[in-house]
Design a protein around this ligand. Structure first.
Ligand SMILES: NC(=O)c1ccc[n+]([C@@H]2O[C@H](COP(=O)([O-])OP(=O)(O)OC[C@H]3O[C@@H](n4cnc5c(N)ncnc54)[C@H](O)[C@@H]3O)[C@@H](O)[C@H]2O)c1
Length: 448
């Protein structure tokens, strides 16, 4: 749906009004198109003393065709700023963060990208390192609120042994693909097929892969189907019988296949498994996107709407995944991706059933990630904030406007923003990224 305020704020008169009244000023967010370079401009890379990722970082950025500089040049503008902070092991050492960023932040381009890279505090050998590395979260989340002009800031914690598993994540967070993702902390762990998954064509990393997307006929699911197809996957789109026509039209356009069923049907796990087994001998990427809301405050909730929301949003994904795993249908370097929501993190008035289901999705991811790591399967969730789809049309106007503006981008995201995040997690090179919940919310104040 359209954001009239944003359109108005970009007119000549609108700009004046916004400035003089101090109103929210939503910047134009730059988004990725395959016909432009992944990153247009130079990324400045620096390292705190004793940091260890320098060589790997430079090799990764160079392999992705990203232009880099190691020291700031007067008058230059930077598309990205990357600080390897893995060497910081005391609170005094945090001064390195200020020393790098303060002089260079004014040189960050519009829609620029800032990455701080650390090591997981939970793996730290001593308290000084644990405290300093955890402190980096405070820096990045605050800087995300300061940078403005469509810029984003993230923290990547890279575990020892996972150094070769950073590239797909660097590509995503330095490029316009991550336009509506900011203030996130992502853990890159040392499991899976790190660094060895060959990608022949960087524009089609999912060539030869099969991706199942539930709820694919419209909204976020349709954007995911399109984006995974763009990246080379054969997409099997699943949706309810009532939307079979829309589903077929989309999947025909994508040379994909439709699977018409209700995921809460008793035999849905077996039918899904049978389809993927007989048509493709398995599946590489499973995206549990189908979801509904039935909002009512708990004092007015009926049991039907409570059960339905929980069963569609988390019960069915759990059962379908269990069946696919039991039949050994999720192939090596496979992906299970689920869609949570910031309501599942922050809670929301009138959404106890929905928030329970979406918090349950986070539980599903955290539980399953550890159990399937040895099978070479990663499990992650995206947690969208306010995304411009049919689902948000039903929100009352004032609540809708608040949801749109109360984030670092002062606007809602687009379905493509969630789809790009799914595509990054689905990328064969993202094998070291598991057990993460990544918010696609423009750094919403809710649950921040
Ligand atoms: N739009 C947002 O702002 C937002 C924010 C946070 C989370 N989400 C989540 O993103 C996902 C997609 O949301 P959307 O905005 O695209 O919604 P949408 O209503 O446009 O699409 C949801 C799709 O799921 C399908 N679906 C529902 N029940 C099903 C069932 N029983 N079996 C098979 N398919 C079923 C629907 O038919 C529909 O195609 C949902 O899980 C939603 O909770 C959306």
């Amino acid at each position: 749906m359209s954001d009239r305020y944003q359109a108005l704020a970009h007119t000549q008169v609108g700009k004046l009004v916004v400035k003089n009244l101090g109103l929210p000023n939503p910047p134009r967010l730059e988004r990725y198109t395959p016909d432009s370079a992944l990153v247009e401009g130079t990324v400045l890379v620096a390292a705190a003393p004793s940091s260890t990722l320098g060589d790997q970082l430079m090799a990764d950025l160079s392999a992705s065709g990203i232009s880099t500089a190691r020291s700031q040049v007067d008058g230059a503008t930077y598309r990205g700023l990357v600080l390897d902070a893995t060497g910081i092991d005391s609170t005094a050492g945090l001064g390195e963060v200020q020393a790098f960023f303060t002089p260079v932040l004014r040189s960050l381009a519009r829609s620029g990208r800032v990455l701080v890279i650390g090591t997981p505090p939970e793996n730290a050998a001593d308290d000084g390192r644990a405290i300093a590395q955890r402190a980096l979260e405070g820096v990045t989340r605050s800087l995300g609120k300061e940078v403005g002009r469509g810029a984003t800031v993230q923290l990547l914690y890279v575990a020892t042994g996972a150094e070769a598993g950073m590239r797909s994540t660097l590509d995503f967070f330095l490029s316009p693909k991550s336009a509506y993702v900011s203030g996130q902390v992502v853990r890159i762990g040392a499991s899976g097929t790190i660094g060895v998954a060959p990608v022949r064509d960087p524009l089609r990393p999912l060539d030869g892969k099969v991706a199942l997307v539930t709820g694919a006929s419209r909204g976020l699911g349709a954007a995911m189907a399109r984006t995974l197809h763009r990246d080379g996957a054969t997409v099997v789109g699943l949706d309810v019988p009532a939307l079979a026509g829309d589903l077929k039209a989309l999947l025909d356009e994508l040379d994909g296949e439709s699977l018409v069923l209700d995921i809460t049907a008793k035999d849905a796990p077996q039918r899904t498994a049978a389809y993927l087994s007989s048509h493709h001998g398995g599946v590489d990427v499973v995206v549990h996107n189908a979801g509904i809301t039935r909002d009512k405050r708990l004092q007015n909730m009926n049991p039907q709407n409570w059960d339905l929301v929980i069963d569609i949003n988390v019960g069915a994904p759990q059962r379908i995944t269990a069946e696919l795993l039991a039949q050994g249908l999720i192939r090596g370097n496979g992906r299970v991706l689920a869609v949570s929501s910031i309501a599942g993190i922050a809670g929301n008035n009138g959404q106890t059933n929905y928030a329970a289901s979406k918090a349950g999705v986070i539980g599903f991811v955290h539980d399953l990630a550890g159990r399937v790591a040895t099978d070479d399967i990663t499990v992650n969730a995206v947690a969208p904030g306010f995304i411009e789809t049919d689902m948000v049309k039903t929100i009352p106007l004032t609540v809708r406007e608040a949801g749109r503006r109360m984030n670092s981008m002062a606007q809602g995201g687009l379905p493509i923003d969630v789809a790009e995040t799914i595509a990054w997690l689905a990328h064969p090179g993202s094998s070291a990224v598991t057990g993460n919940v990544v918010r696609v919310c423009g750094q919403s104040l809710l649950g921040a």
